[in-house]
Design a binder for this molecule. Structure first.
Ligand code: GAP
Length: 459
């Protein structure tokens, strides 16, 4: 692990190279929102593809869905979000700034595990805890984190709808549709990738805690007899997926969540934590949601959401195992794992050691000099030739980039910083002997290679 790096280094690289920008930056930003730039989108897109491949395409028991973000508000009453999806809020009585009471207590060295709102209020008062600005604090109260809006032309309580705070409910409400259309046998799952919104009291730590983020979730329905087997399978699959995207297994930790800290719907939760530059924090969660959600929606909608087991002639409500991934936290884990500062040729450099499977570009092609047309023509010919063959090599043509701006040294620095594993330089030997210089991102080593052998290298 690269001990020296901190979050500011990563934020600065993300802006400098076009991975992630502050949301609405020209207007001074909007707290808790970030915009992904071209290179960020390319990584994110690869992560989603690898996730979908592992959890949907490579299996025969998964059904993909893409549910609407706006849902009938009764959904959120049944799911428990209207009543209980809240964080403990506390206000600085002087500045009126608002904070998470649990975060203030934790930074003051207190454990909030299993503590109620009243417990936290008492702890703050008894210990005379002040706001970060040193002022007195008010009472701790619940703050519902769902964003509200109105549907239709009239603003009233009757037409209030919510931006979904998790993608999960879009799958539970489609459970009957999937049963009626595809008649799957248990166990089977539904998978979805999409945006979720939470009005976080204190968004912070770059894309770690934001108000608009993307989730990749699975609701996997099982017979309650033997749910443990599916739970353990997902524990392993989650670790394999994090390996697919190049995370460091030594920085990944499984944490069994005690009953008093679990969400209201869960009978077992394992959080997968990661050593981020901001410390060890939750990256993704795996929960055994029992029959809580299907039962709650069956009660709320008066629609039968049971399952008939033909073999045992038994009718019951399936139980659910939920692996829930946050894509933005996965991005932060990827970037902070790959971010490396080392010395090459006596000079310090920043290099993003991304797994080739998720690097924005696999290969960059350069002419040695940009003012020699015979070199730029040859470099473009090689670049175009590789792009034409990209699909047959299993990659998108967009993964092979051409670069002739600035000096060769600056091009290498730029490609190192955006994580391109291989750079090819076209020089006068290319014209005479048909060789190019191949440079390895991680070691900086260079070797000569015949143009016709490049395909094998890429494969
Ligand atoms: N359906 C279950 C669920 O939503 P969660 O633990 O609240 O569970 C799942 O969220 C994942 O979503 C988290 O592990 C995290 O990766 C991501 N996540 C949650 N809140 C987030 C936020 N404010 N900003 C970024 N990611 C968030």
């Amino acid at each position: 692990m690269n001990e020296k790096i901190n979050l500011e280094d990563i934020i600065s690289l993300c802006k400098r190279r076009g991975f992630i920008y502050q949301g609405s930056e020209i207007y001074g930003g909007l707290s808790g929102t970030f915009d992904y730039g071209p290179l960020g989108v390319m990584i994110k897109d690869q992560v989603k593809k690898l996730w979908w491949k592992r959890f949907v395409d490579d299996r025969s028991d998964m059904y993909g869905v893409d549910a609407a973000i706006l849902m009938n508000p009764k959904t959120w009453v049944s799911s428990g979000h209207v009543g209980g999806f809240s964080d403990p809020l506390i206000e600085d009585l002087k500045t009126k700034k608002r904070y998470r009471a649990d975060h203030l207590l934790e930074s003051a060295g207190f454990s909030v595990s299993g503590k109620t709102l009243e417990d936290m209020d008492k702890m703050i008062k008894d210990n005379k805890i002040k706001s970060p600005d040193g002022n007195d604090l008010g009472d701790v109260r619940q703050f519902n984190m769902m964003f509200k809006t109105n549907i239709g032309a009239i603003e009233s309580d009757e037409n209030t709808v919510y931006l979904r705070p998790e993608t999960a409910q879009g799958m539970f409400v489609n459970f009957k549709n999937i049963q009626d259309t595809f008649h799957p046998r248990l166990p089977f799952g539904m998978a979805q990738i999409g945006k979720a919104f939470r009005n976080e009291i204190a968004p912070r730590d770059f894309v770690f805690r934001v108000r608009e983020f993307e989730q990749m979730e699975i609701e996997y329905f099982v017979d309650p007899k033997g749910w443990e087997v599916s739970f353990e399978n997902f524990q392993n699959e989650i670790k394999s997926f994090f390996n697919d995207i190049g995370l460091d297994k030594d920085r990944l930790h499984e944490l069994e969540i005690p009953a008093e800290d679990r969400a209201h719907y869960s009978s077992r939760t394992v959080d997968f934590e990661y050593d981020f530059p901001i410390g060890r924090k939750e990256l993704c969660g795996l929960a055994y949601r029992t029959d809580f959600d299907l039962k709650a929606h069956a009660d709320g909608s008066k629609v039968d959401l049971s399952y008939f087991d033909e073999e045992n002639k038994e009718r019951f409500i399936p139980h659910c195992i939920e692996p829930s991934f946050g894509l933005d936290r996965a991005m932060l884990a990827i970037l902070s794992t790959a971010y490396t500062v080392d010395t090459l040729g006596g000079e310090e450099r920043v290099v993003l050691k991304l797994a080739p499977s998720i690097a924005p570009y696999r290969i960059a092609v350069f002419p040695l000099l940009k003012n020699k047309q015979e070199l730029t023509d040859k470099a473009k010919e090689i670049w175009q030739g590789l792009r034409n063959k990209a699909s047959s090599m299993g990659i998108s043509p967009a993964k092979i980039v051409y670069d002739e701006t600035q000096s060769i040294g600056k091009r290498y620095r730029r490609q190192d910083e955006i994580g391109t594993p291989i750079c090819l330089t076209v020089d006068f030997d290319t014209l005479e002997k048909g060789t190019v210089t191949v440079r390895d991102r991680d070691t900086g080593e260079q070797r000569l290679m015949k143009v016709e052998d490049l395909e094998d290298l890429i494969r």
